[in-house]
Design a protein around this ligand. Sequence first.
Ligand code: ATP
Ligand code: MG
Length: 263
Amino acid sequence: MTRENEVPVIEARGISKYFGAVTALENVSLKLYRGEVLGVVGDNGAGKSTLMKILAGLYPPNAGEIFVEGKPVHFRSPKDARDMGIEMVYQDLALAGNMRIDENIFLGRERTRRFGPFKFIDNAASLKQAKEHLDKLKIEVKSVRQRVEELSGGQRQAVAIARATAFDAKVVIMDEPTAALAVKEVRKVLDLIKDLKNHGIGVILISHRLDDIFYVCDRVMALFHGRNFAEAPLSEVTRNDVIGWIMGNKSPVAQAAKIFDLN
Ligand SMILES: Nc1ncnc2c1ncn2[C@@H]1O[C@H](COP(=O)(O)OP(=O)(O)OP(=O)(O)O)[C@@H](O)[C@H]1O
Ligand SMILES: [Mg+2]
């Protein structure tokens, strides 16, 4: 199914990014539609994280444009992107281990109450909201008052995703969310991604694990040496195709020929 006639929820056109003499991205484009899970693959250093950091407002591009629901945007910070519903779950999660789950979910966006000239954090309201939000995403924790450092890797990942989706996110970008997880926890995070999709959220998933890509994605695109290399609906590619793309080869047969020196 092609969605070419639809306005993408986020689109990047012709993005280039240089770090000194290093070209991290050259003329890269990407489209993501509502309720779609887009897998982004590529070898180490292909430019995946850099592209996502640009979409999330962490880095400005040297060239190119970003559109949110068809409108051009210029993010000066992750806050600008977040205000437009673009959230990123970073590889290192950026959670505060010594704080409670609910505090992490509301970090930087605390519900406050006024008392005369004083403003203070409305703990009861944020506890209740955090709990409702976790329930909605079917995330199980003993209590939202638990400290994040007491949680398993998978639970932490779930809290980071809950944080990213607590405030009307349209797009959630995840950079290798399952890389550090035990097998049982991987499935839970991937099911959570399916849930976000079912709520109409667009998800970009960077992963080196083809099992993840083939379990949740609708479409997959590959970057190679900082450029768009290939992309297709998941239903039209095999694992061997995708492995070939990561190695910079569009024909798996040719790739095999190279490996086994058939030519
Ligand atoms: N902050 C930075 N300063 C200088 N060079 C950078 C910076 N961030 C990334 N690069 C370079 O840009 C290129 C792309 O890096 P990037 O992290 O985007 O790759 P990646 O596809 O996410 O790789 P991986 O799979 O290893 O995470 C690499 O050559 C990297 O060394
Ligand atoms: Mg990376």
